[in-house]
Design a protein around this ligand. Structure first.
Ligand SMILES: [Zn+2]
Length: 356
């Protein structure tokens, strides 16, 4: 059972959305959530929007999960490029595009897209899709400490290997172009999401390499992975995790205005700490045949996603050479080194992530 949980509805329902909103309200109430009219810090907001009025709900707390609901006559094919802008523009964590009488399509920030047809247990199935997303804990705060050793200010042979690997992944066409949120969001909304979510932008995939027993280098959030260059801007040194602040602790050169580390740093941190023989980790939004996969779809940058991946790495025959599927999302691959990972995956990667 979850702790007491408040949800609310924001905006006006278009006619086709009315039964959907009623059904969702009922199923959340049934599972112990409480409805409030204008709560201060709700756990979940159902944000009702239309294609012509895709307004954001401006949350005050990072922990508030916004699900935008939009009625549509049909979902175009390919769906993600058409619908993803509504997800971003309404500042939502998830978009549910509802075709009345037919099905509900979910879209997530990690480029996930899956549908539930109407019929038996429709609202229970929607609830099961929404709950892992809405109840996960984000670990995206960064604490920068200007204590990186001067001899690392320009990187080392490990960061050189990291940049090369980024170029290689781009050549293999495994890095979707970062989504240009600058073009779609007005400046105040952009500042708002960047501050709230600790992101530098929306890009997909990340890479890291172990420096020593406790520390690792990792790509920054929102940057082009094919062009990783500057330490503190494109590549960060992760030195610790502070559970009290739910923050990643980063060592940066004192003269650099740092960018944030990739939101998946918590997942990499868990794996490096548990498995000293893991020397590198690569995450891509792509797939490989016959890989074990997480069961629930958790958002990027959450403790739950990190833990579910770390659990599967632990169960792998060799945790230092594991390929783990992240449901509806992508792969996390461990290796003894960056070249070790690249040589194991070359030619085996499927660009399309299966959606279930
Ligand atoms: Zn990802």
């Amino acid at each position: 059972m979850l702790p007491s949980t408040v949800f609310t509805v924001h905006g006006e329902a278009s006619p086709g959305l009315v039964p959907l909103v009623q059904g969702l309200k009922a199923v959340f109430l049934k599972h112990g959530f409480q409805f409030e009219e204008r709560p201060e810090a709700p756990q979940l907001v159902l944000n009702l929007v239309t294609p012509t009025s895709a307004r954001p709900y401006r949350r005050k707390a990072q922990a508030t999960f916004v699900l935008s609901l939009m009625e549509t006559e049909r979902v175009p094919n390919p769906a993600v490029p058409a619908m993803y802008p509504y997800l971003v523009r309404t500042l939502a964590n998830m978009l549910l595009a509802y075709v009345p009488g037919q099905e509900a399509h979910f879209f997530t920030l990690d480029l996930g897209h899956y549908a539930e047809p109407e019929g038996r247990d429709f609202f229970e199935r929607l609830y099961a899709r929404i709950l892992p997303m809405a109840s996960a804990t984000l670990v995206v705060n960064n604490r920068f400490e200007p204590d990186l050793e001067p001899e690392l200010w320009n990187g080392d042979e490990l960061t050189a290997a990291l940049s090369l690997a980024g170029k290689r992944l781009a050549e293999w066409n495994l890095l979707p172009a970062p989504f240009n949120i600058e073009e779609i969001l007005p400046p105040e909304d952009l500042r708002h999401v960047k501050r709230l979510y600790g992101i530098g932008g929306l890009s997909y995939g990340n890479l890291s390499v172990r420096k020593d027993e406790k520390r690792f280098w990792m790509s920054a959030s929102g940057v082009d992975k094919a062009n990783l260059r500057e330490i503190g801007r494109d590549i960060l040194m992760v030195k610790d995790y502070d559970p009290a602040e739910k923050a990643m602790v980063l060592s940066v050169p004192p003269h650099v205005e740092p960018r944030r580390v990739s939101v998946d740093a918590i997942e990499h941190w868990m794996i490096y700490r548990e498995h000293p023989e893991v020397g590198a980790i690569i995450h891509v939004h792509a797939w490989m045949a016959d890989v074990p996969s997480t069961q629930a779809h958790y958002p990027c940058g959450t403790y739950e996603l990190g833990k579910s991946v770390a659990d599967l790495v632990r169960q792998a025959p060799d945790p230092a050479r594991a390929v783990i599927g992240l449901k509806n999302h992508g792969l996390t691959i461990t290796g003894r080194s960056i070249p070790d990972i690249l040589s194991r995956i070359e030619g085996k990667i499927l660009r399309q992530v299966p959606m279930a």
